[in-house]
Design a protein around this ligand. Structure first.
Ligand code: HEM
Length: 416
């Protein structure tokens, strides 16, 4: 473990101060050794590079995600989730799109928005998509099988979530490349150390994406269909239930949240399985084994490593941590999934572990609404992939992107 200690890592145990550059290559390529060092010292620390207290204990992260004295909605502060304060006039369109997002709101607005779409995402509704996800996975593999090699991020993982969520919403799948481009540019706003250029790009993407959906929804009002956009349009027609701005933002949120994390969880899962040396025939032998394998992949190498919450009142968390309204805390999902107090041998990939659980989808009122869909996509896509290529192996070493929060691979070059 020590040889993977990130060069920029420095922990002051007396003051519980962490100095660690999230762009340190050793860290973002493999954050787990640093998490291991931290777990051996403490369950919370002040991360100087972010400027707030962070929590890595499984129980503490789970508890704080549910603690209603905290929330995601920005109150008593102008700092955003990356700690940025200052003029945001160039982010007008981005902020306007975010303003109506259930992910950035607390009750009662959050409850109303979430209830409207929740029905479409419950397990029994989502289960109906299984044959479609299976057929899509096979079709994608058919297209590259003869090459004997593929970049599974671009050729496989990226294609499935965007196609499925576009079909669910009722947005033409031919627009997928454009949707991906808008989404990538908007999601860049949540990266540490973003530039003015990426902010301008995110703002332009938000304006274009909103314009596209406004225009598309306008045309669809006349011809409703059996899809999520029509459901939202019906709620909008009801007046009190949903405004047009909320409708546009909800569609953007589902398209953005619906694919980015799933793409990277798919890549991370393939990498985990190949590195573990496990036999895919055993891992995916039946639905029960498949579900356990996917759950362990989700725990072992999660795609989203940190979410923040704002304090809404004076809060004394003990151990000398006193927060004022507007202060932020960092809740480290990937680190909590490797807490030695919560898991036996957290660094071992063990689909049959008796302590199977994870915080990768969050907890509390913002718990991922897409979790049943993400699980289904992963179970189906990974099983099809390993059934078709039982001898799948790395062609080149996988490399993670320099985006610590969004822990995902740049490419995943494999052969068979
Ligand atoms: C492996 C894939 C996924 C992971 C790891 C993931 C993770 C998360 C996490 C951690 C949160 C909570 C954030 C917080 O508490 O601050 C969240 C919220 C959310 N996710 Fe996912 N997600 C995934 C896939 C999806 C999919 C497929 C969809 C939709 C189609 C989706 C839609 C959402 C939405 C709408 C929210 C906001 C819920 C709310 O605020 O009430 N996610 N997700």
């Amino acid at each position: 473990m020590l040889q993977s200690r990130p060069p920029s890592f420095h922990f002051d145990p007396a003051r519980r101060r962490l100095y660690l550059d999230p762009h340190d290559r050793t860290f973002f390529q493999n954050p787990y050794p640093a998490y291991g060092l931290l777990h051996s010292e403490t369950s919370c620390f002040f991360w100087e590079d972010y400027g707030f207290w962070c929590f890595i204990g499984y129980d503490a992260v789970s508890r704080l995600l549910r603690d209603r004295r905290f929330g995601r909605e920005k109150r008593n502060t102008t700092a955003d989730s990356q700690g940025y304060i200052g003029d945001r006039s160039h982010l007008k369109d981005f902020d306007h799109a975010e303003k109506f997002s259930m992910l950035e709101l607390e009750p009662p607005a959050h409850t109303r928005l979430r209830t409207l779409v929740n029905r479409a995402f419950v397990s029994r509704q989502v289960e109906r998509l299984r044959p479609r996800i299976e057929a899509l996975s096979h079709a994608l593999i058919d297209a590259f099988e003869r090459n004997g090699k593929a970049d599974l991020i671009a050729d496989f993982a990226t294609q499935i979530p965007v196609t499925i969520i576009a079909e669910m919403l009722g947005v033409p799948t031919e627009t997928a490349p454009q949707l991906l481009d808008w989404s990538h540019r908007m999601v860049a706003m949540y990266m540490h150390g973003r530039s003015r250029q990426s902010e301008d790009s995110a703002n332009a993407a938000a304006a274009e994406f909103s314009g596209f959906l406004r225009d598309y929804a306008g045309r669809r009002r006349a011809a409703p269909a059996d899809d999520l956009l029509s459901l939202l349009l019906a709620a909008e027609a009801d007046g009190a239930k949903l405004s047009e701005d909320e409708l546009i933002t909800t569609a953007i949120l589902l398209l953005n949240a619906g694919h980015e994390a799933t793409v990277h969880q798919t890549g991370n899962a393939v990498k985990t399985i190949l590195e573990s040396g496990s036999d895919p025939a055993v891992l995916f032998a039946d639905p029960e084994s498949t579900a356990r394998t996917v759950e362990e992949c989700i725990r072992y190498d999660a795609p989203l490593h940190m979410f923040t919450r704002y304090a809404y009142e004076d809060i004394d968390l003990g151990e000398g941590i006193r927060l004022k309204p507007g202060d932020q805390v960092g809740l480290m999902l990937g680190a909590a999934n490797h807490d030695p107090l919560a898991f036996t041998s957290p660094e071992a990939f063990q689909p049959n572990r008796s302590d199977q659980k994870n915080l990768s989808f969050g907890a509390g009122i913002h718990f991922c609404i897409g979790a049943p869909l993400a699980r289904l996509e992963l179970q189906v896509a990974l099983k099809v992939l390993f059934d078709r290529f039982p001898t799948l192996r790395f062609k080149d070493g996988p490399v993670y992107r320099d985006t610590y929060h969004f822990h995902g691979l740049e490419r995943l070059d494999v052969e068979w």
